[in-house]
Design a binder for this molecule. Structure first.
Ligand code: ADP
Ligand SMILES: O=P(O)(O)O[C@H]1O[C@H](CO)[C@@H](O[C@H]2O[C@H](CO)[C@@H](O)[C@H](O)[C@H]2O)[C@H](O)[C@H]1O
Length: 524
């Protein structure tokens, strides 16, 4: 088997800064407006590559500040961003890997595409930035300010409507800017006139919605190579899946010498509702009813959970057909739990609550080792939860096939047990049920009812999955439980870094899953 569930992580390819060639054409260069969003870096002579970028003290002061100033500004700003995943780790200096002048907007704001690297607790992390340099930051962009130096104020260019319009136009017209390639999918129709609205303050990446027609995700954390989100959307769409958005275009460029996905444009599901919002509304309904059981309240969600289970099973079937499957033997199965233990040990180094539970976590994984099998592995979603599901007009759609952003790309593109996705969804039902309790006083009745909702919807999801696939995930109790525990450990670290008030939610699951006997994903 070439890509087992426990494929070891590949080390990062070489490092060091690459020189950036001058732009061949600017984004939006064909625009005919006057000194507006169409002026290109090349046309205006505003910037000519990283080495030519002048400092604040001299040279062409229309090209933004020096790399040294940029690094200084980013060192303060980046760690506070939601998409920065090095939180809680010891950070090394920020290193600029590439800086490509892309365009001039509003007459004198220079836009640079920047890739930086930073060592976060021994892990090399790379991030993508679109930096705007403005001599007079308009108040409408105040929220995007990164910092100032000399005549220049740096800002997050993706928050700028003029920049998002340029990106869409570049995709629609298949442009190349320096090393950056904007490619429209064959036959895709892109409405380049649709106004862009950035979302993403609370996301792992930054996305721009264009009218009601398309959505562009700019990947923040980069791993050199093709992003599975683009790869999987393309494969599922080609297979005729009704559960994914249509891919419309892709932005790529070299990162440390490897062609890398930088952005993905897909069709937008207008009028859709997020699974997380619907599920938490149902929980609220239940909590508002003093005496009724989960199956008696108007907001009962079990039929949606069942439908969602079917959709996930159908996506898994299409992924298996598109990318193939393999079987894990007993040794590989044992290796799987070893990897989970190693991940928990690594997490314990920077998350105190996991350190406290580490002995129990190790014991639970050891008890699950080698139970079950043979296990089929295939390409999966990799970070499936209710926030990755959208209720669309005629069923459920699944989004964001990036995998767990904290894992190396090789791992995210390998085959894994589909039970991993099922476990992600089961965790999410648990989250939806318990999130209203986080931070509040511990109320036994509330806790009981939350657990009741979670179990009802977890079971319904598994029923739907079994009906569509012929395999009931609950029949893999210990393995499913191990995947759930692995996910819960990840979630504790995620909440610790991003939403400390929510850390008790997955911590409760860690407690439940490690309390007694072998870990088990059974639902009651
Ligand atoms: N094709 C789509 N149609 C409608 N909304 C979408 C679509 N793709 C993403 N979204 C919305 O954008 C949000 C962020 O998308 P996601 O791919 O999960 O980004 P991230 O990787 O930053 O979490 C989602 O929660 C969803 O609300
Ligand atoms: O940004 P992504 O959607 O790729 O995923 C990350 O953020 C998620 C939160 O937005 C996080 O999910 C966790 O919280 C969800 C509720 O907000 C819950 O439904 C999930 O079950 C829980 O894992 C996800 O883990 C993280 O990778």
């Amino acid at each position: 088997m070439t890509t087992p569930e426990n494929t070891p992580a590949a080390g990062p390819p070489g490092d060091g800064r690459r020189p950036v060639p001058p732009p061949t054409e600017g984004v939006g260069g064909e625009s005919d407006d006057t000194r507006g969003a169409g002026d290109t870096a090349a046309d205006s002579g505003a910037a000519g590559g990283a080495s030519a970028t002048p400092g604040t003290g001299g040279g062409d002061d229309r090209a933004g500040a020096s790399d040294e100033v940029l690094v200084e500004l980013l060192t303060g700003w980046m760690p506070a961003q939601r998409w920065f995943s090095g939180k809680g780790r010891t950070l090394g200096p920020v290193e600029v890997l590439s800086r490509t002048p892309v365009a001039v907007v509003r007459g004198d704001a220079v836009i640079d595409h920047v890739v930086v690297a930073v060592d976060a607790g021994g892990q090399r992390q790379r991030y993508q930035l679109w930096i705007g340099w403005h001599p007079w930051l308009p108040s409408i962009l105040d929220h995007a300010r990164i910092g100032s130096s000399g005549n220049w104020t740096a800002y997050d260019g993706l928050q700028d409507g003029e920049v998002s319009a340029l990106l869409l136009d570049a995709l629609a017209t298949d442009r190349t800017v320096g090393d950056l390639r904007f490619r429209r999918e064959p036959d895709a129709e892109i409405d380049a006139t649709a106004p862009g609205l950035v979302i993403g303050a609370e996301q792992s990446n930054t996305s721009v919605i264009y009218g009601q027609s398309s959505i562009l995700k700019i990947f923040r954390r980069l791993e050199p190579g093709p992003n599975p989100d683009a790869e999987v959307h393309r494969a599922l769409h080609a297979a005729g899946s009704t559960h994914v958005a249509a891919p419309l275009g892709e932005i790529t460029g070299p990162v440390e010498g490897v062609e890398t996905t930088l952005g993905l444009l897909t069709s937008f599901f207008a009028g859709s509702a997020e699974g997380w919002a619907m599920a938490t509304a149902s929980v609220r309904d239940l909590m508002a009813e003093g005496d009724l059981r989960a199956d008696e309240v108007g907001g009962d969600w079990a039929s949606e959970s069942r439908r969602l289970g079917r959709a996930v099973a159908e996506v898994h079937a299409d992924l298996a057909a598109a990318f193939g499957t393999a079987e894990l033997g007993p040794e590989e199965l044992a290796g799987l739990t070893d990897t989970m233990i190693a991940t928990a040990e690594d997490t314990a180094e920077h998350v105190p609550s996991i350190a406290q539970a580490l002995d129990r976590i190790r014991a639970a994984f050891r008890a699950a080792a080698g139970v079950g099998g043979p296990v089929t592995v295939q390409r999966i979603h990799g970070d499936l939860h209710l926030g990755q599901t959208l209720r669309v007009l005629n069923g459920w759609a699944i989004i964001d096939f990036e995998g767990e952003p904290s894992k190396p790309l090789d791992h995210r593109r390998s085959r894994h047990s589909p039970l991993r996705d099922v476990a992600g969804m089961l965790r999410s039902f648990d989250y939806a049920a318990h999130h209203s309790l986080a931070g509040g006083p511990s109320d036994a009745q509330h806790l009981y009812r939350a657990t009741e909702w979670a179990n009802r919807n977890r079971n319904a999801f598994c029923e739907g999955y079994a009906a569509a696939s012929g395999v009931d995930p609950r029949s893999f109790g210990p393995l499913l439980g191990a995947f759930e525990l692995d996910k819960a450990v990840y979630e504790v670290a995620y909440e610790h870094g991003n939403r400390p008030g929510w850390e008790p939610i997955p911590l409760l699951a860690v407690k439940r899953l490690t309390e007694s006997g072998p870990v088990s994903g059974g639902t009651s």
